[in-house]
Design a protein around this ligand. Structure first.
Ligand code: HEM
Ligand SMILES: [Cu+2]
Length: 565
C-alpha cells in the first residue's frame, strides 16, 4: 500500500522496511485496524442496549426478569462513551500520526499492542459482569452503588491499557522531534499528542478512584467509602474524557476538512492555541457536573463556573476557523458574493457531509452546555432527561458523526480500497438518518427534561400522576428516534464491511490539509509540552487541592455499599 509521498523516516534500531517505503506500514495498519474493530463491536452492543432502553422507557417493551433496565443502561453508557470512543480515538490518532510522522516507532507498536490487549481483556471482563447483572452501577459507577469487584478490575485494565497507548504516542512524537530539530511537529501530530496528554491527566484521577478507593471497598477490605470524594475524582476524569472526544473530533475538522474542500488550514497557530487552551483549562471543568452536590462551597462552585466558561473560547475560535476555512476555499474558487462560498462546498462527498452536519449539531449542543454550566438554570435541568438529550447531541451526534466521517476515509486508507459512488451515497443517507434520529430522540429528551422527567429511570407512571402522563408522548418520540438510529447503525455496519473487505482496491489517502504558510508559523516553543503540562498542573491544583483536602480531612461520613436491582 503506497499512501505517503514523503520518504519514510528511519527509526533507530530497525532497517527501513522496503515494502513500506512509500506509505503506512502493514504493522501500523494492523494496530489501527485492531482498535477500530473493537470500536465497531462496541457500537453494535451499545446500540442494541440503547434501543431496548428507549422501548422500555416508553412502555413498549417489558424486559425479561433476568436482565434489568440498569444493566442495559450501564452496558449502553460503558460501550459507547468508554469503550467505543477510546478504541476509535486510538485507531484513528495512531493511523494519522503514522501518516504525518512517517511511521510509528517500533517501541510504540509494542506499547500499542500491549495496551490494546489489556483494554480488550478489560472490556470483555466489564461487559461480562454488566450483562450478568453484577454491575448495575451505570457508566459513572458512582459510589456507594457497588458492583462486583472484578468489574472494577476490568475498568482498571482499560485505564492501564490507555496509559500504555499514551506512552506509545509520546515515544513516536519525541523521536520525530529529535530527528527534526528546529522543525515544528505537523498539526495532526500536535493534536494527537494533546489528546494523549489529556488521557494521562484523566487516567490519574480515575486510577486513584478505582484502584485506590473502589476496589479495596468492593472486596470488603474497607467497610465504607466517601461518595463525595468519588464523584469529584470521577468527574475530573469524566469531563476530561469529554474534551478528549472533542479534541479528537476537531482534529479532523482542523486538519482534514480543509483538504476535503480543496482549501488550506486557515491558521496553524490558531489551531495550536485552541488545543493548548483545551489542555490547560479543561480538567477543572469537572465540577460543573457537581453544581448540586453538597459539601462544596458556593465560592468554589463560582470559581468552577468561571473555569468552565474558559472552554467557550476554544469553541468559538474553532467556529470562527471552520467558517473562515470554508469561505477562503470558496473565494479561491472565484466566489465573490457574501455567502456564495457555501454552495461551493463538496456537499455530495460523504466525508465532508458527515463533518459539516457534526459541526452544525455542535451549535445547539454547545448552547445546551452553557445552560447546564450556569448555576441557576442548572437547578431546572439537573438530573432530568434534558441532560441525556444534551449528551446525545454532543457525543452522540457531533462526535459520533465526526467519527463516522473519519471512518469513510480511514477504513479505505487502511484496507487499501476505495469508496465507490454507491457507498458514498449510502454514507450520505446514513448521516441524514443518524442526524434525523438523534434530533428526534434528543429533542424529545430535552423537552421531557423541562417537563420534569428524570434521567436514568425505567418506565414508571408514578402511581398515575398527571405530571408523568405528560411525558408519554415524548417518550414515544424518543423510542421512534431510537428505532431510526438503529437503522442507521445497520447501514453503517454494511458500509464499514464494504469499505474494509469488499470495495474495489484503490488508493485512498488520509486527507491532511497543508500544514502552514511560512508567514503563519507558530513559534517552536509550542512543541515544548513541559510548558503546557506544567500550566495544566497548576490549573488543576488551583481547582482541586482545597476540595480534596476538605474531603480527606476525615469528617466526611463514609457509606456502606448499596446494590442496585
Ligand atoms: C442507537 C442509538 C441510541 C439510542 C437508541 C440511545 C438511547 C438512550 C436512552 C433511551 C438512554 C437512557 C435514558 C435514561 O434512562 O436516562 C440513553 C442514555 C445514554 N446514552 Fe444513548 N442512545 C443511543 C446512542 C448513543 C450514543 C452514540 C452515545 C454516545 C456515544 C450515547 C450515550 C449515552 C449515555 C452516556 C447515556 C447516559 C447513561 C447514563 O445515564 O448512565 N448514546 N441513550
Ligand atoms: Cu463536563
Amino acid at each position: 500500500m503506497a499512501h505517503i509521498n514523503e520518504a519514510p523516516i528511519r527509526h533507530k534500531g530497525i532497517a527501513v522496511n522496503e515494502a513500506a517505503a512509500a506509505g503506512i506500514t502493514t504493522r501500523d495498519i494492523r494496530l489501527s485496524a485492531a482498535n477500530l474493530s473493537i470500536a465497531f463491536i462496541a457500537l453494535v452492543v451499545g446500540g442494541v442496549a440503547g434501543l431496548l432502553q428507549g422501548l422500555v422507557r416508553s412502555g413498549f417493551l417489558e424486559l425479561p426478569s433476568w436482565i434489568s433496565y440498569y444493566a442495559l443502561l450501564t452496558a449502553h453508557g460503558v460501550m459507547f462513551v468508554l469503550v467505543l470512543t477510546s478504541f476509535f480515538s486510538i485507531g484513528y490518532l495512531y493511523a494519522g500520526t503514522s501518516r504525518v510522522l512517517g511511521g510509528l516507532a517500533p517501541k510504540t507498536l509494542a506499547f500499542g499492542w500491549t495496551g490494546f490487549a489489556l483494554m480488550t481483556v478489560g472490556t470483555v471482563m466489564a461487559a461480562f459482569f454488566i450483562l450478568t447483572g453484577n454491575a448495575n452501577v451505570l457508566y459513572t459507577f458512582y459510589t456507594p452503588m457497588q458492583a462486583h469487584p472484578w468489574f472494577y478490575i476490568g475498568l482498571a485494565l482499560i485505564v492501564v491499557g490507555i496509559l500504555l497507548n499514551c506512552v506509545g504516542m509520546f515515544i513516536t512524537y519525541q523521536s520525530w522531534r529529535k530527528r527534526n530539530p528546529g522543525k515544528l511537529t505537523p498539526l495532526f501530530a500536535f493534536f494527537a499528542n494533546a489528546v494523549f496528554v489529556l488521557w494521562v491527566f484523566a487516567s490519574l484521577f480515575i486510577a486513584v478512584f478505582v484502584v485506590g478507593m473502589v476496589i479495596p471497598w468492593a472486596f470488603g477490605w474497607v467497610e465504607t467509602i466517601d461518595p463525595m470524594m468519588g464523584r469529584t475524582l470521577f468527574w475530573a476524569f469524566g469531563h476530561t474524557l469529554v474534551n478528549i472526544w472533542m479534541l479528537t473530533a476537531i482534529s479532523a475538522w482542523y486538519v482534514s476538512m480543509p483538504k476535503l474542500i480543496g482549501g488550506k488550514v486557515f491558521s496553524d497557530s490558531l489551531a495550536r492555541v485552541a488545543v493548548v487552551i483545551l489542555v490547560v483549562a479543561n480538567v477543572p471543568g469537572g465540577f460543573h457536573h457537581q453544581i448540586l452536590d453538597p459539601g462544596l462551597s458556593v465560592n468554589l462552585k463560582f470559581l468552577h463556573v468561571i473555569q468552565t466558561f474558559m472552554i467557550i473560547f476554544p469553541s468559538l475560535m474553532t467556529a470562527f476557523a471552520m467558517i473562515a476555512t470554508m469561505e477562503r476555499a470558496g473565494r479561491a474558487k472565484g466566489v465573490t458574493s457574501l455567502l456564495g462560498w457555501w454552495k461551493t462546498l463538496p456537499w455530495s462527498d460523504a466525508r465532508f457531509f458527515a463533518l459539516i452536519v457534526a459541526m452544525l449539531a455542535f451549535i445547539p449542543a454547545g448552547l445546551g452546555g452553557i445552560i447546564n454550566a450556569s448555576n441557576q438554570i442548572n437547578q431546572v435541568v439537573h438530573n432530568s432527561i434534558w441532560v441525556t438529550g444534551h449528551l446525545h447531541l454532543t457525543v452522540g451526534t457531533t462526535v459520533m458523526l465526526t467519527f463516522f466521517g473519519i471512518s469513510y476515509w480511514l477504513i479505505p486508507y487502511l484496507s487499501g480500497r476505495k469508496m465507490t459512488r454507491t457507498i458514498n451515497r449510502l454514507a450520505i443517507a446514513q448521516t441524514i438518518i443518524w442526524a434525523g434520529g438523534m434530533l428526534l430522540m434528543s429533542g424529545a429528551m430535552h423537552i421531557n427534561g423541562l417537563l420534569g422527567s428524570p434521567r436514568r429511570t425505567a418506565n414508571t407512571t408514578y402511581n398515575g400522576s398527571s405530571a408523568a402522563s405528560d411525558w408519554a408522548m415524548y417518550e414515544m418520540l424518543m423510542a421512534m428516534g431510537g428505532v431510526i438510529l438503529v437503522i442507521a447503525i445497520v447501514l453503517l455496519v454494511y458500509i464499514w464491511a464494504q469499505l474494509a473487505f469488499i470495495a474495489p482496491k484503490g488508493e485512498g489517502d488520509f486527507p491532511i490539509g497543508e500544514d502552514y504558510s511560512p508567514s503563519d508559523a507558530s513559534p517552536l516553543f509550542m512543541d515544548r509540552w513541559s510548558i503546557w503540562v506544567g500550566l495544566a498542573t497548576i490549573s488543576i491544583a488551583i481547582a482541586y487541592v482545597i476540595p480534596l483536602i476538605n474531603f480527606a480531612s476525615g469528617d466526611m461520613p463514609g457509606s456502606p455499599p448499596f446494590l442496585m436491582p
